[in-house]
Design a protein around this ligand. Sequence first.
Ligand code: UDX
Length: 431
Amino acid sequence: MEICVIGAGYVGLVTSLGFAKLGNNVICVDIDINKVVSLNNGIPSIYEEGLEDMLIECLEKKNITFSNNIIEGIEKSNVIFIAVGTPEKNDWDIDMSQVYEVISQISNNILNYRLIVIKSTVPIGTQKKVNKIFLENGVSVDSFDIVSNPEFLREGRALHDFFNGDRIIIGCDSLRAKKIMKELYEPFTCEIIYTSPETAELTKYASNAFLASKISFINEIANLCNKVGADIETVAYAMGLDERISPKFLRAGIGYGGSCFPKDTKALVKIGDKHGIDFKIVRGAIEVNEKQRFIPIRILLNKYGSLEKKIITILGLSFKPKTDDIRDSPSLTIIEELIKNNANIKCYDPIAIDKVRNIYSNIMYCYNLYDAIENSDCIIICTEWDEFNSLNLGKIKDSMNYPMIIDGRNMLDGKKVREKGIEYYSIGKSN
Ligand code: UDX
């Protein structure tokens, strides 16, 4: 098929490459000309496992091209995916300006039938609204269909998730659109659910809010473990053996971040408010998550009283491993609190360090893990990068000013750390 994807962010780029890899011809449009030029030269704009190789392969096969000309994209394709950003506004509402700008451009430039697929996470009712805008702009009812097809990919595993998702949800109200979507998703083996646009739109929010609530739930249990001497790892393991609960998403820590959970949970609460539904559980999940990232600061203040001139090392800056994404990362809140407390901060991350360098000027950025640890008064692990599993504890003990680790991701063996004479704190582990 001839496909246009508007937006070359995480979702847009992965969708473009996925469909190109499957043999479709894809034109991916973005307003950022620098991004377009780099991508056409095989240089990815984000870090994502396997993405660079797939980009080069698809460029060589001429299955993909990048452009900043949206009209060209609209003209050359029969299916148009919208994958532009829907950021959070200050009042938890969603900023839909990018989506509506694109909708206006498509509806003003469409000459014959196009299928428009909304991939961006959008408020419930958007498909209907977009449909209305097309008609108001004089596009004939025969010339378009609008489909809701939310994305469930996880950063760090985005390409894997594209090809091996748990399900595909297609919200459409026309047989013509359904037929095209069926053909497009023909190579996929997972269950494909055809439903109403509203159901598809809500499924995305419900899934993310549920997962976020699961994390906040286990984090509250972990906080109680710390008080009563129970072990969160065992509690979570034993809970997870119950098939109805499942062991996934029960990892306690300093909470979730990223571009989806924080934004989508707040958006769902806001959408609920508009319809007179008070989402108490989701509100609670948000509140718990926002507090969770302050735990390391509390531990430090209890230990040292004042953090003035203390050297604190942050290991891991991205909101989770295998990505350079720092959006709403707990590490940033922790850095800001440490700055307020006049601590000296050293940080290390295998991939995301340069992104943080653009934000804070008065902290020390280390490109070697052990440089970041030297003379430190405490290490805070914020992201569970694989390489932190094999820390040389002896070397750490010798090079720190005071041997102390706050394991915000519960990844180390506390017993082994303590045996080396290092003070160890976790989120609810008994050892
Ligand atoms: C999420 C959804 O999983 C995905 O389906 C949706 O499309 C976008 O949002 P992503 O944000 O990439 O994907 O990351 P995910 O792997 O789901 O983790 C989100 C956050 O939860 C991370 O900060 C992670 O550290 C945290 N998390 C996850 C926990 O704290 N504990 C867990 O058990 C699992």
